[in-house]
Design a protein. Structure first.
Ligand SMILES: [Zn+2]
Length: 55
């Protein structure tokens, strides 16, 4: 019903991807299904997952 804010605390490491500046790390949130990208500058981006996710 109401969309609760997810703190993205239950993360699953997906892998990393090399870039010119270093390495991006990809995590998936088990709760909301979103993907968190951590850049070499330790900046984190959240990519929302599909709304209908199993689990
Ligand atoms: Zn989440």
């Amino acid at each position: 019903m109401g969309s609760r804010e997810c703190a993205h605390e239950d993360l699953e490491f997906l892998g990393s991807q090399r870039t010119d500046e270093g390495e991006n790390k990809y995590f998936r949130c088990r709760r909301c299904g979103g993907v968190i990208v951590v850049t070499p500058q330790m900046k984190a981006y959240h990519i929302p997952g599909r709304e209908e996710s199993t689990g």
